[in-house]
Design a binder for this molecule. Structure first.
Ligand SMILES: CC(C)(CO)[C@@H](O)C(=O)NCCC(=O)O
Ligand code: NA
Length: 649
């Protein structure tokens, strides 16, 4: 059956019954212990920031502030990698998605396999060996300066709007649970995060991520354990969710407008993962901060189990929520609550009379949010410094550059605060909003990097026109879908055995009925036609559609304007994908087709001795030093043969 999301249904149809028990319950149960736990989270994060401000190199160089001295080992890097895109949005969004659409969403876990394997073996080796600081340096090495600047600006745009969503979501939660002023909470998160990011640099960002990831898992686990207990045990939860038909098998429906099918999640999801874990500056910066290439690759592998755990916790929370509210007794019915708020009402209802647990859950939400926001601030400071400022001020002193980077981290913090206000105006599910941002802006960025890495013929003009058309496609479909609101997901009513909103006498005492609908959905979902159908494309396909648009347009324009010859391409910026894929084609034919020959043994995991001093992102070596000799011999053995083979064509 088709999901209930195409039913026109707007937020204006919710009414808040004044003086329900909801507010009273909520405020009553956020006790002193809860406040203490929450304060501890903020204080520890600040403490870690202060520690890294005062220890080590005391954040006096951009190498330390932006790249943690390239000294990190794989464990903290991997925990930090998962923290970056696991925000409060996922914690409140995924359970609501499971509650309304069933467990189909869980199949996104399949996309994690290729979505992490490809970054580990394609993107990391290329970026790490080029010894970059910003991922966009790659675009200049491969194409030209204008391409780099367009890439940087696109990334800044993506990150600032994503940040706004991330800041708003936990503040909304705190407001619902404690009545704490919404904008006060946004301001507090923004300021705490800006402060520790500015003080402690990437080291503080990574180590707070480690701590915050643990708090995040603990909070989710606590809610699940209490929830299962209160619903009557694991067997009872299982009985209710299976009777409610919540457990979905693989849905192989090829219709691209269905939000969640195996294809949208398992295939579309791979493109989403690649745009996040392959080319997003926040992640690339972490790979580059690893002390060796092997550590970077390992950390990417280690993301897999933690990400599966995070997904499982969120999905199970959705199941428990369903078992509690959608059993045969609709006593606790959630009614029609906005998707963004469901989890909070559930948690509030669940944790009554258990002091400390509400505090732990709110800390869990804020941990998730802070770890995402801090990564974003640091990566925004990095790209602005490396891509937009340094190239114009080559003579800037290190001290000045570091001070400026800190100023940048701080001002982006304030900008995102202002942007959070815009999220306030958005009524969509925050999870879908985040996925749309990733797909609409991250998709074209994945496209431009893929164009450069895999296609030696692509030239700078092709890259620019490609990026432009990818973004145009993204906004055409994205805005089209908002205007025709076909994939809105506004009605939070579960499609499973739970659509009735109970309004009988005793139910008004139940927590869930604080928000009830004044209008029941009336229209039956119709199959969209023509352009409407195009606009109703599942947002899970956005990354794939937009990145492929960039690659196809980019290649077309490159061939029209004079394709690049392999020998003109900067060594080390190509990945011989076509050569590897056409392994069965005889070498002679491949030469005719002008594609790079396979490496034979593939890119080796081998370390290039790091540069000793750096300026403007370019390694500066002391002539004749041991390090320089080592590095030269590395470059000779691992890069040059590839290049020679390419140029021999
Ligand atoms: C992005 C994935 C799929 C993987 O990291 C997941 O963490 C997620 O669903 N994130 C939602 C966006 C957010 O939490 O901000
Ligand atoms: Na996070």
């Amino acid at each position: 059956m088709s999901p209930s999301t195409s039913i026109p249904f707007s937020h204006s149809s919710y009414i808040l019954i004044p003086g329900t028990k909801m507010d009273a319950l909520a405020q009553m149960h956020f006790t002193t212990i809860d406040y203490v736990i929450f304060a501890l989270l903020l204080a520890s994060s600040m403490g870690i920031g202060l520690y890294y401000a005062l220890s080590g190199g005391r954040q006096r160089t951009t190498q330390e502030f932006l790249l943690a001295d390239r000294s990190m080992s794989c464990l903290p890097v991997s925990l930090s990698l998962i923290a970056t895109f696991q925000s409060a949005v996922a914690i409140v969004g995924i359970p609501a998605e499971i509650y309304t659409h069933g467990t189909q969403y869980w199949f996104i876990g399949c996309a994690y396999i290729l979505g992490l394997f490809i970054p580990a073996h394609v993107f990391i080796p290329v970026f790490y060996r080029l010894h970059l600081t910003s991922a966009y340096q790659y675009l200049e090495l491969r194409f030209s300066k204008p391409v780099r600047i367009c890439g940087t600006v696109t990334f800044i745009f993506q990150t600032v709007i994503y940040m706004a969503v991330c800041m708003y979501t936990p503040a909304l939660a705190l407001n619902a649970v404690t009545g704490f002023n919404l904008w006060g909470a946004v301001l507090a998160t923004g300021l705490v995060c800006t402060l520790y990011t500015t003080l402690g640099g990437l080291k503080a960002v990574i180590w707070t991520d480690v701590f915050q990831t643990i708090v995040m898992f603990a909070g989710q686990l606590a809610v699940i354990v209490v929830g299962v207990q209160q619903t009557g045990g694991v067997a009872e939860v299982w009985r209710k969710v299976s009777e409610g038909n919540l457990i979905s098998g693989i849905d192989l429906n090829p219709d691209p407008t269905v939000e969640y099918t195996f294809w949208t999640l398992g295939v579309g999801g791979v493109f989403l993962m690649l745009s996040l874990y392959g080319v997003n500056q926040a992640q690339v910066q972490r790979y580059l901060s690893a002390k060796t290439e092997r550590d970077a690759v390992m950390s990417c592998y280690m993301v897999f189990p933690s990400l599966q755990l995070a997904l499982a916790l969120s999905c199970v929370m959705g199941l428990v929520m369903f078992a509690r509210y959608c059993g045969e007794d609709h006593f606790h019915s959630l009614g029609v609550i906005s998707k963004n708020e469901m989890v909070l009402y559930f948690v509030m209802d669940m944790l009554q009379g258990l002091p400390g647990l509400s505090g732990l859950f709110i800390s869990c939400l804020f941990s998730a949010a802070l770890s995402t926001i801090s990564s974003a601030f640091n990566s925004l400071a990095t790209v602005t410094m490396e891509d937009l400022i340094k190239p114009h001020c080559p003579s800037m002193t290190e001290a000045r550059a570091t001070l400026l980077s800190k100023g940048l981290a701080c001002s982006y913090g304030l900008l995102c605060l202002a942007m959070a206000y815009l999220t306030h105006l958005m009524s969509d599910s925050v999870l879908q909003a985040a996925f749309k941002i990733f797909g609409m802006v991250g998709g074209p960025l994945l496209g431009i990097f893929s164009l450069g890495l895999f296609f030696p013929w692509a030239n700078s003009t092709g890259a620019l026109v490609g990026l432009g058309s990818g973004l145009a496609m993204a906004f055409w479909v994205g805005i089209g879908s908002i205007v025709t609101s076909t994939s809105g997901g506004l009605a939070a009513v579960s499609q499973f055995n739970c659509t009735a909103v109970q309004l009988s006498g005793n139910v008004t005492t139940a927590v869930g009925t604080a928000l009830i609908s004044t209008a029941m959905p009336t229209a039956t979902p119709t199959r969209p036609m023509g352009l409407q159908r195009f606009y109703s494309l599942s947002f899970m396909w956005y990354s794939a559609l937009n990145s492929l648009t960039v690659v196809i347009t980019g290649l077309g324009v490159s061939f029209l304007t004079g394709p690049m010859k392999a020998e003109e391409v900067t060594p080390g910026t190509l990945y011989p994908l076509l050569g590897n894929m056409l392994f069965f084609v005889p070498d002679k034919l491949k030469q005719k087709l002008c594609c790079v020959t396979p490496l034979g043994h593939g890119p080796t995991i081998q370390e290039c001795p790091p540069a000793q001093h750096e300026r403007n992102g370019q390694a500066v070596y002391t002539e004749g030093s041991v390090e320089e000799e080592e590095r030269q011999s590395f470059l000779l053995t691992s890069h040059t043969p590839v290049v020679e083979r390419e140029t021999a064509l």
